[in-house]
Each structure stands twice: as C-alpha cells, then as structure tokens.
Design a protein around this ligand. Structure first.
Ligand SMILES: Cc1cc2nc3c(=O)[nH]c(=O)nc-3n(C[C@H](O)[C@H](O)[C@H](O)COP(=O)(O)O)c2cc1C
Length: 352
C-alpha cells in the first residue's frame, strides 16, 4: 500500500511555481511526439484538469521558413495550463518560434534538450545540446529575452555514461534564465532502455533553486511517490505510462491531493475512452487521424480476455466505422462477462 509521508504531503499541497505561473498540480503530462495532440490532451485533462500539458515538439526552423502554424501548435481555446515545446539549435529561430507559441496562448515555452533521435541531434537540436552547454545557455537567454512567459528546459542526465553532466548543465540553464528544469533520468545513449537513474535527479535538485521535475519510469502512483521521496523533486512528469492510459496523470494527481487511490478504470471504461479518442481523432484530423489512431487503439486494448485478437484488428482499421464497430463489440462482450471478470483491474498502464 502506498502512503504519503507527512513531510511529502505538506510539500505536495503547495502550488508549483514556474516563474510567474502558478500550478495547482505537481503532475505533468510530458510532450510526446505523435501522441500529445489536442485530442489526447483533452482526454488527459478530463481526469487531470489542473495539470500542465505539453504539445508535441515543434521545429523552430520549420516555423521560420514556413511562417504558418503547424497543427501540432494548435491549442484549445481556454486550454490551460499548457506549454508549447520547441526544438532547434538556433537561438534566433527559437526566439521567433517562442513568440509564435505565446501568440497561440502558451503559458510557458519549453525547450527540448533531450530528444535522442538522430534526425534531431545531427542538426544540433535535442540532446546534442548537452554537449554544447554554452549554446544551450545562449538559446535560453535568447528565448527569455523574446517572451514574457516563463521559459523551461527538458533534458537528460548526459550524452552517455562517460559524459554525464546533468548537474553542471542544469546550473547553466538556471543561470541563463530557465524557470523550471525537467530531467529525464537517462543518458542519450540509453534511449529509453534500462531504469531511469533517479539519483541524478536528486543530485540536480540539490543544487537548483528553480523547480526540478522528475521524469522517467513514472508508470504508477507508487512510482511517483517513490520518485519524489528519492529525489526530493518538485513534481513528476508522466510519459510512456500514459500511452493508451490517459488516466495516469489524474490518478497520481488525485493521490497527491487526497492520499487516496482513485479506482483504476475497468477494461470497459478504457475501451469507452478509446472509442472517444478514435471519434475525436476522426473529427479533428480526418483520414490521417484514423492512421494515427491505430497505434493508440492497440495501446488501449490490453489486459482483458481476447485483447490480442482485438489489437490485431484495431491495428489495421481503415475507417472510423471499422474501429467503432470493433470497440462496440468488445465493450458488449466484456459487459456480458460475469462481474468478477468485468471488474478485473489492469495491473499497470500500457506502454511501448
Ligand atoms: C513516443 C514518444 C514520443 C516522445 N516525444 C517527445 C517530445 O516530443 N518531446 C520531449 O521532450 N520528449 C519526448 N519523449 C520523451 C518523453 O517525454 C519522456 O522524457 C521519456 O519517455 C521518459 O519518460 P518515461 O520513462 O516515463 O517514458 C517522447 C517519448 C516517446 C516514447
């Protein structure tokens, strides 16, 4: 059973202050490329109304040359709190992109300094900035000068095991004007492999004055509490644990606020959420939304009888109707099962 130590409970009750922005939740939904579009964020927000959401990362060079807003920068009217995440290595393009982000209504602008993907790092963005701290600091200064909203940084603990520089790097970002730092406890070389090294998050937290958000392997309420206890971080950010499970941020937030576990959704409730997700993707993106929905649908279809069969069929849907029929059949089937099976709770959220 998870419990909140009194000291932690007191800490969690305070707002999370990011420069001038005050958050009433210490659980954040991570930026996830190909996932955290406006539709996904709507679902997460149903269960976590006060939590900070992030857009997918946006290419500042692309914005500079195209000069029109990509759909991934769209935010719902009144969608708050919301951060637009940018990536690039050019301070001037990032400053310009940050102004566009603020024009769209971003409460904060986040700079991606952690993405491990070759396509991004070979152009000097994402985690390759860990190897160029001077340039990274210049980027922060340039964006801070360009916008009135708080500028934040999301990064990793280092490029590889022989180049772990999280503490020094974090200090430099703070000195450059970053108002919050999110640290994914893995090196770039680790990708998403091996356990997140929360001890580095503790090391960084111990030297910064700005809030430090812990990221990496937050798949449950228990992990979130353990992480905060071990790191002393100011909050947690959930990532892969939310794939096919937009309930996670809300579950952790609820526990942080009440000390009580929100009952996990039943398989039927998860599939009803998948149904909404599919329908909303279709309405928002049309045919492209259906192609994107396939992966989401397979993430939802886990942890109940005949789930593998359903996953196989959802992975190849061509139309919204195909998907809705499959989901409705599965919902009817699961609802017809004896209550103890229907009440079977999922042990852990799905993740890739
Ligand atoms: C599919 C996918 C897309 C991601 N896209 C982004 C992104 O756009 N920006 C970013 O800062 N991190 C991105 N990440 C990294 C996550 O935000 C997070 O830092 C990482 O997954 C570690 O957390 P976890 O162990 O809880 O998954 C992505 C990760 C995945 C799996």
């Amino acid at each position: 059973m998870v419990t909140l130590a009194p000291e932690l409970k007191t800490r969690l009750a305070l707002p999370l202050q990011i420069g001038s922005v005050s958050l009433q939740s210490r659980v954040l939904q991570s930026p996830l490329s190909g996932v955290t579009d406006l539709v996904f964020r709507r679902l997460v927000r149903r269960y976590a109304p006060a939590s900070m959401m992030y857009t997918e990362m946006v290419n500042a060079t692309g914005l500079h040359y195209v000069k029109e807003l990509p759909q991934i920068m769209e935010i719902d009217p009144g969608e708050r709190p919301i951060s637009i995440q940018l990536f690039d290595c050019r301070p001037d393009f990032l400053a310009e992109a940050a102004q566009m982000a603020v024009g769209e209504g971003a409460d904060t602008v986040d700079i991606n300094m952690g993405c491990p993907v070759n396509k991004i790092t070979k152009n000097g963005g994402g985690s390759s900035l860990l190897r160029q701290p001077e340039l990274a600091a210049q980027i922060v200064r340039s964006v801070v000068d360009a916008v009135a909203v708080p500028v934040t940084v999301k990064t990793r603990i280092g490029w590889c095991d022989s180049e772990i520089n999280a503490v020094e790097f974090a200090r430099q970002m703070e000195a450059a004007g970053a108002k919050m730092l999110t640290l994914h406890g893995r090196t770039r070389a680790q990708g998403y492999n091996g356990p997140a090294r929360w001890e580095w998050i503790a090391n960084v937290k111990s030297v910064l004055s700005i809030p430090v958000i812990a990221n990496g392997d937050i798949f449950s309420v228990e992990a979130a509490v353990n992480c905060l206890e071990q790191t002393g971080a100011d909050g947690v950010m959930c990532a892969r644990g939310t794939l096919g499970y937009p309930f996670l941020v809300g579950e952790i937030d609820h526990f942080f606020k009440t000390g009580e576990m929100r009952p996990a959704p039943s398989p039927v409730e998860r599939l009803e959420c998948a149904r909404d997700h599919l329908q909303m993707l279709w309405e928002y993106k049309g045919k492209r939304g259906i192609r994107q929905a396939r992966k989401h649908m397979t993430w939802y279809a886990k942890g109940f009888p005949n789930a593998a069969d359903l996953r196989g069929k959802l992975a190849v849907i061509e139309t919204v109707e195909d998907g809705l029929v499959l989901l409705d059949e599965a919902i009817a089937y699961l609802s017809s099962l004896p209550t103890e099976v229907d009440a079977e709770r999922l042990a852990a959220p799905a993740f890739v």
